[in-house]
Design a protein. Structure first.
Length: 280
């Protein structure tokens, strides 16, 4: 029986995914908040799920490697759902880049190092990555991700700091999540050599603590443009994440799946600019 590693597993999408995946196999949750992890594990175990937790700072490559080593002690790692990350309301430019982008690099590297046939890694990106205009996408900076993460962070931070001060965290978030989509796609061939998979899922507005925090900043207006005029539920996105990580999606790799209630379909560039001007 395999083990699924779920980063950001103390709440929101990560915990909801653990509750689904854990019906079939053990789950190892990681987060930086030990108390929240303890509560999450107790809840899962109360439902009969084999759950374990480990505190892990995903920006620290050694801690990520230790997380995967712990997972292998439980059983062969069959899947990873990388849901850890922060939003524009939770940090400044550089921490957003480090946690969302460098954290993903570290998780992907650790996943690839032990990938085997049937293994799957699902990165959580965001609708924000799809809303980033092409002229703002720093592809030259992306290419430093593997060669020199420190240079990568500097270049990404510089790109975000081109925006007005109040808009910089939001741009950093969009840049970091567009990078997650790009990086997941470009790593597909390396995982394919091992008969393993990697892909990303881009949620829109969901009813999680992070989602509601962004609603307070004005991002809740995205719902006005969506086909479904409501927030998604954690269970709805968790079902998709669990499916993508399972063997049922065995031919799905190198792609991003947008799950946004039809928001992008209802947005044009003019609407995006209007929202940017009115968001405080």
């Amino acid at each position: 029986m395999g083990t699924t590693v779920i980063t950001g597993g103390a709440g929101g999408m990560g915990l909801a995914t653990a509750a689904i995946v854990g019906r079939e196999q053990p789950v190892l949750l990681s987060d930086i908040d030990a108390e929240r992890l303890d509560v999450a594990v107790a809840r899962l175990r109360g439902d009969g799920i084999d759950a374990t937790a480990m505190v892990c700072d995903i920006t620290d490559r050694r801690q990520v490697e230790a997380l995967f080593a712990r997972a292998r002690e439980i059983g062969p790692v069959s899947a990873v759902v990388h849901a850890a990350g922060i939003s524009p309301q939770m940090g400044a430019v550089e921490p957003i880049i480090r946690i969302n982008a460098v954290g993903t690099i570290n998780v992907v590297r650790a996943g690839l190092a032990q990938a085997a046939p049937g293994f799957a890694l699902v990165n959580v990106a965001s609708l924000a990555g799809h809303m980033l205009p092409k002229f703002l996408r720093p592809h030259r900076a992306y290419r430093w991700a593997a060669a020199d993460p420190a240079v990568f962070v500097r270049k990404m931070t510089r790109a975000a700091n081109r925006a007005p001060l109040a808009a910089r965290p939001g741009l950093a978030y969009s840049l970091s999540k567009h990078f997650v989509i790009w990086y997941s796609r470009t790593q597909a061939a390396a995982f394919g050599v091992e008969d393993a998979r990697i892909l990303s899922v881009s949620p829109g507005s969901f009813d999680t603590d992070m989602g509601r925090l962004e609603e307070e900043s004005g991002s809740g207006r995205l719902i006005e443009h969506a086909a479904l005029k409501r927030f998604g539920t954690p269970c709805e996105i968790a079902e998709l994440l669990a499916f993508c990580a399972s063997g049922k999606a065995g031919y799905l790799t190198g792609v991003d799946i947008l799950c946004d209630g039809g928001t992008k379909a209802g947005l044009d560039f003019r609407a995006i600019l209007a929202m940017a001007r009115n968001t405080h």
